[in-house]
Write a protein that binds this ligand. Structure first.
Ligand SMILES: [Zn+2]
Ligand SMILES: [Zn+2]
Ligand SMILES: [Zn+2]
Length: 139
């Protein structure tokens, strides 16, 4: 993905493109699966940590990424589909966590059902994770 495409991707979410934001976005785009916070922390230097956390927070607030809490030991981030608003349940999709390679996959085409929750429970976000073996590990 070209620098220009990355800049436009940020702008489409009303995010000012800064050097760090472009680096984080590039890193997320290059990975096929969701990226763990551990991996991001390792990739960026210690001095960048505060900026990294702030960047991820901004990305999440602007709907560029969503956070996934799967069965692994780290929070993960994945890019949202272009028109995602991250609202429950419309923009909430299924995730698959591979217990072998610990990758998390977004199935953005598989929406999670709108469960009828008991009275007075107000849903805001859904984090639907199925775990098992991905095709690469099952082979
Ligand atoms: Zn989203
Ligand atoms: Zn796997
Ligand atoms: Zn996802």
């Amino acid at each position: 993905m070209s620098e220009n495409t990355l800049v436009n991707k940020l702008k489409s979410r009303k995010i000012q493109p800064t050097a760090m934001r472009l680096l984080v976005l590039k890193f997320l785009v290059e990975k096929q699966a969701a990226v763990s916070l551990n991996l991001l922390e390792t990739h960026f230097t210690r001095s960048d940590r505060t900026t990294l956390y702030r960047t991820l927070k901004t990305f999440e607030e602007k709907g560029l990424v969503h956070r996934i809490d799967d069965a692994g030991d780290s929070t993960k981030y994945a890019l949202c589909p272009a028109n995602c608003t991250c609202t429950y349940p419309n923009d909430t999709h299924l995730h698959f966590f591979c217990t072998d390679c610990e990758n998390t996959y977004c199935f953005t085409d598989l929406s999670i059902p709108n469960f009828a929750l008991p009275d007075q429970f107000i849903p805001e976000k859904g984090n639907f994770v199925i775990s098992g073996h991905c095709p690469a590990c099952a082979a």
